[in-house]
Each structure stands twice: as structure tokens, then as C-alpha cells.
Design a protein around this ligand. Structure first.
Ligand SMILES: NC(=O)c1ccc[n+]([C@@H]2O[C@H](COP(=O)([O-])OP(=O)(O)OC[C@H]3O[C@@H](n4cnc5c(N)ncnc54)[C@H](O)[C@@H]3O)[C@@H](O)[C@H]2O)c1
Length: 239
């Protein structure tokens, strides 16, 4: 649940469903990263982890690239099937339930949105030129992306301080001496402002790792509140 306050007066303005807001903003941030880092002609996407986050990851990727086929994989096959049917209807794009994470071999954009403690695919399954959005792994002992993939990729993060404190995907290869902190290319904001470079060629692997920032929730909630006020949506309460 999110409670929104007027920063000037401290008055409560709205109460919102936090899960929906967080899923929207996490998807939007990966969409921005995909638009700046993925190959322009990316046409095949894969999602590993078919929960709430997987849904908005996929919507965002399909917003910024002309995706024509999607592979989905989840340890819970029933969940992956329901997700595939829902997303195919929503996006009007073919969605295939993969037998294993090896289906990634075809993917230009890979989204990992699991609660896993160990990598959810093998480095050998990553196609040359692929872009990966990793949104799980928000604790040091969690991981989704193999250290070898991190080591050979251009890695951009949502926020350096947050990722170095929370993202097992980066903390673990640093602790094992596979990479140093300097391997992290920079933050998404720096990519947006042109302070750091984007993809340099069609063979490069790029990774966007996020752990989520409160400011992303705040901006999204503000947008939702404005639209709700304009359209007279929601329920008014007097306190
Ligand atoms: N980066 C961010 O800003 C951000 C924001 C919100 C949530 N998250 C994180 O994103 C992750 C997904 O969130 P959610 O709400 O969709 O979770 P969820 O529990 O609804 O879905 C996760 C799915 O991952 C699957 N899974 C777990 N391990 C797997 C594996 N090894 N291979 C394939 N599938 C596997 C599970 O079966 C489940 O269906 C969580 O770790 C959550 O904390 C990140």
C-alpha cells in the first residue's frame, strides 16, 4: 500500500495499491533501459519468472522494440502457461512456454524477474548482442544472472549505491574476484543524459540491473494521482 502526502502541508492525498504501482515503475525503468541498450532490431524476447513483475517487464520491452515472438519460462509450469495465454491476448504477439531456460539462445532481450537464489540460466545460453534486464536479486544472497555473463557484459544499474549494497548479481562476482566495482559502467540516469556510452556494437552483451528506488514509486504514484484527479476516478474519503 502507498500513502501519498502533500509535501507542502503534510496532508494525506491518496492511498493506492503499492503492488500495481511498483510493478508499473519497475517495468517502465527496464523499458527505458531496453530502449537505450538493446539492439534496435531486437525482435525476440524471453521472460524468466512469470509473476507480476514479469508482466510489466514484457509490456515495457514490447513498447520500445518491435517484438514478434516471446519465450517464457518459470519453475511453476502452470503459472508460465497462464502467463503466456494472458500476455498473448494482451500484446497480440506469439508467446511460447519454454521447456527450459535454454530457449534463451534465441532471445535478443531477456528479462529475469524471479525470486531465485542462484542463476536462472547458463552463460552459454546468452546470444551474442543480447540485452538483459535483471529485476530480482535484491539481496546479497540472491542471484539470477551468471557471474560469467556479468563479467562479459556492459553493466548499467539503476543506482550504484543501492546495487552495491543489495544486488547479489553484482555483489557475488565482486566478492569472488570475478569483477571489480569498476566493471559497472554507470547508472541509467547517466545513460539518459549521455554521460556514459550506450551499446557499441551488435555483438556486445548489455545488462541492466535494478533493485528499485523509492523515487520511481513516487513519480509513478504522482502520475496516477494526477490522472485519477483529471478523470474523477477513485473514492473520496473525508478524514
Ligand atoms: N528491481 C526492482 O525494482 C523490483 C521491484 C519489485 C520486485 N522486484 C523483485 O522481482 C522479483 C519478482 O517479483 P514478483 O512479484 O513477480 O514475484 P513472484 O513471486 O510473483 O514471481 C516470481 C516467479 O519466479 C519463479 N522462479 C523462481 N525461481 C525461478 C527459477 N530459478 N527459474 C524460473 N523461475 C523461477 C517463481 O516460480 C515465480 O513464479 C522478486 O525478487 C521481487 O522482489 C524487483
Amino acid at each position: 500500500m502507498m500513502m501519498i502526502f502533500d509535501s507542502g502541508t503534510g496532508m494525506p492525498l491518496a492511498v493506492m495499491d503499492g503492488e500495481v504501482i511498483t510493478a508499473m515503475r519497475t517495468g517502465a525503468v527496464s523499458g527505458l533501459a531496453t530502449s537505450l541498450l538493446a539492439k534496435k532490431d531486437a525482435s525476440i524476447a524471453a521472460v524468466i519468472g512469470t509473476g507480476h513483475q514479469g508482466e510489466t517487464q514484457l509490456e515495457a520491452v514490447c513498447t520500445v522494440r518491435a517484438i514478434r515472438k516471446i519465450y517464457v519460462f518459470d519453475l511453476q509450469t502452470g503459472r508460465a502457461r497462464a502467463f503466456a495465454a494472458k500476455m498473448q491476448e494482451k500484446l497480440h504477439i506469439e508467446v511460447v512456454v519454454a521447456e527450459s531456460a535454454a530457449a534463451l539462445l534465441n532471445a535478443d532481450v531477456i528479462c529475469t524477474s524471479t525470486s531465485s537464489n542462484s542463476p536462472v540460466f547458463d552463460d552459454v545460453h546468452v546470444k551474442s548482442g543480447a540485452h538483459i534486464n535483471g529485476v530480482g536479486s535484491y539481496k546479497p544472497d540472491m542471484a539470477e544472472i551468471p557471474s560469467q555473463t556479468i563479467a562479459r557484459a556492459k553493466v548499467v544499474v539503476d543506482q550504484l549505491q543501492g546495487c552495491l549494497a543489495e544486488a547479489g548479481d553484482l555483489i557475488q562476482p565482486i566478492q569472488r574476484g570475478i569483477i571489480t566495482k569498476d566493471h559497472i559502467h554507470g547508472e541509467l540516469g547517466e545513460l539518459v543524459t549521455g554521460k556514459i556510452s550506450s551499446r557499441e556494437n551488435d555483438d556486445e552483451i548489455t545488462v541492466f540491473k535494478s533493485v528499485g528506488l523509492a523515487v520511481q514509486d513516487l513519480i509513478t504514484a504522482d502520475l496516477v494521482l494526477k490522472i485519477a484527479q483529471e478523470k474523477n476516478l477513485g473514492t473520496s474519503l473525508s478524514l
